[in-house]
Design a protein around this ligand. Structure first.
Ligand code: SF4
Length: 230
């Protein structure tokens, strides 16, 4: 599995896929990448250190993903990231976080003081029923500003059987009108029972393929488009 990559075309940055402790939520119906999580802290730290050693720092931006939330990385890994950030003079860090950690985001900002932190949050869909009843995301809010005031970047999932065109239209509209950045992941079948809807993906490509031209939107047609994962 590739764990280090460089994204050069849009928003250039290095990206590392680290191992972490188990995702605290761990219940999303479509997710099987939590199988990459581990309980062995010693192994995680050594393993991640080898990957972090590949970071060059020339792009001045580093994205760290870990099949969970940044809060599930051992403290020693955060320290290793911090050392690299200081040594290579990296100015922007991207981390992932589940919505349930929204009140702890400042801990990370404080720890990496002086570095811009962008938290990416897997919303998957703004359709409450689809997101929570089917995808089991565990994200409940009353007003979209509760979300956008904490997370400037959200990830959406597109192309799942059961999803509708209207849901996607609404998702894209909310994303474009409320968030600085977005990442749209076209669903790729995995070991979970969730199925891909090819017709819906063809429609999305036709209708929303132009989003790829926007500086603040990334579309992953394949889940390895960032060059990490398998
Ligand atoms: S929060 Fe993320 S890592 Fe955890 S189960 Fe859901 S999709 Fe998977």
């Amino acid at each position: 599995m590739n764990r280090y990559s460089r994204i050069l075309d849009k928003n250039p940055r290095e990206i590392v896929l680290l191992k972490s402790r188990p995702c605290k939520w761990g219940r999303c119906f479509f997710c099987d990448y939590i199988e990459d999580n581990s309980e062995n802290l010693e192994d995680i730290v050594g393993f991640n250190n080898n990957i972090l050693n590949e970071v060059k720092g020339d792009l001045k931006q580093l994205e760290v993903i870990n099949s969970g939330s940044v809060f599930e990385l051992p403290q020693e890994c955060l320290k290793d990231i911090k050392d690299i950030v200081i040594e290579k003079n990296i100015g922007v860090l991207y981390f992932e976080s589940h919505y349930s950690y929204r009140h702890r985001l400042e801990e990370i900002r404080d720890y990496f003081k002086g570095v811009e932190i962008v938290f990416k949050m897997g919303m998957e869909s703004f359709d409450e029923n689809f997101r929570n009843k089917y995808l089991k995301k565990g994200i409940v809010y009353d007003d979209i500003h509760e979300v956008s005031s904490k997370f400037s970047s959200v990830c959406l999932l597109v192309g799942i059987k059961g999803q509708t065109k209207d849901m996607i239209k609404n998702d894209i509209s909310i994303l474009l009108n409320n968030f600085d950045r977005g990442c749209i992941n076209i669903f790729v079948e995995n070991s979970t029972p969730v199925k891909r809807d090819e017709a819906l993906i063809d429609w999305f490509k036709e209708e929303y393929g132009y989003l790829e031209k926007l500086d603040n939107i990334e579309i992953l047609w394949n889940n390895t488009d960032f060059g990490v994962g398998d």
